[in-house]
Design a protein around this ligand. Structure first.
Ligand SMILES: Cc1cc2nc3c(=O)[nH]c(=O)nc-3n(C[C@H](O)[C@H](O)[C@H](O)COP(=O)(O)O)c2cc1C
Length: 242
């Protein structure tokens, strides 16, 4: 298929992108497990810094746990009525595990050329070093002070909070892929950051250092679901041409 300037493909993308809305009330139609699995599979293809994929997608299948998770999501209607809930969990620790797995993959690969292997080795070692030494809490005050002078430093994956923020923002790409994928399957979604992080971490038994950037509710919109007109700022305010 010719992907370049393909109007049908663009029309499909627009349809998917514009059908995706934050839906806060779902009907009680269940989502077949295979579909959720397909969506999670696509989400796992999202890009990430250094391909370190510093996240895990917790698909809550157990009914009892699902209702506890919904309560921890401030009992939001979207969470309570969702047919499926996916909690996105991120941490620098997951990134370090990925680095190990990626290095093992590179070393064992018969298809990668030596030049590529060298590139990957250097990249992985560099990222791993940043995450290992840089994630220490002792850097946090320094980064905080530094970022008062140079705001750009705020986003460095350095310090215990900086590295968690880094992991969380990487995870968001997977979350968005999941929601666009859901729209392509005729499913609705609601991203939620209205939750008790402490309660969710307890329910999932998360390791220290894990953060939850977002919870995604999935389901089929209820007939009575309230859907407002989609409002955005003027493009001229959003897009600055240089
Ligand atoms: C990071 C993030 C957190 C959000 N948290 C919630 C939430 O807790 N509850 C909720 O009902 N909607 C939540 N939303 C949905 C937004 O309110 C919604 O995306 C926005 O109003 C735009 O509407 P649209 O997605 O239908 O275009 C969240 C969205 C994002 C991106």
């Amino acid at each position: 298929m010719n992907l370049q300037n393909n109007p049908q493909l663009w029309a499909n993308f627009q349809t998917i992108n514009r059908t995706r809305r934050a839906i806060r009330e779902f009907d009680n139609t269940p989502i077949p497990d295979d579909i959720v699995r397909e969506l999670l599979n696509e989400a796992s293809l999202a890009p990430s810094s250094g391909n370190l994929q510093p996240y895990q997608l917790h698909w809550i299948k157990n009914a009892e746990l699902k209702s506890q998770v919904a309560l921890a999501c401030n009992a939001q209607k979207a969470a309570k009525s969702a047919a499926a809930l996916v909690i996105i969990v991120a941490s620098p620790g997951i990134a370090r595990d990925t680095a190990k797995a990626q290095l093992a993959y590179v070393e064992a690969s018969d298809s990668l050329q030596e030049k590529s292997k060298d590139y990957y080795r250097k990249q992985i070692v560099k990222f791993d070093r940043i995450l290992k030494l840089g994630a220490s809490a002792c850097w946090t005050p320094l980064v905080n002070i530094g970022s008062m002078i140079k705001p750009g430093l705020s986003l460095l994956p350095i310090g215990h909070t900086g590295s968690r923020h880094w992991a969380a923002r990487n995870a968001i790409f997977a979350a968005q892929t999941l929601m666009l994928g859901a729209a392509a399957k005729g499913l609705d979604s609601c991203p939620m950051e209205g939750f008790s992080a402490t309660k969710l971490a307890d329910l999932l038994g998360l390791k220290r250092g894990s953060v939850i950037p977002i919870v995604i509710a999935l389901g089929y919109r209820a007939d009575q679901a309230r859907i407002e007109e989609q409002w955005r700022r003027q493009l001229a305010d959003v897009v600055i041409e240089h």
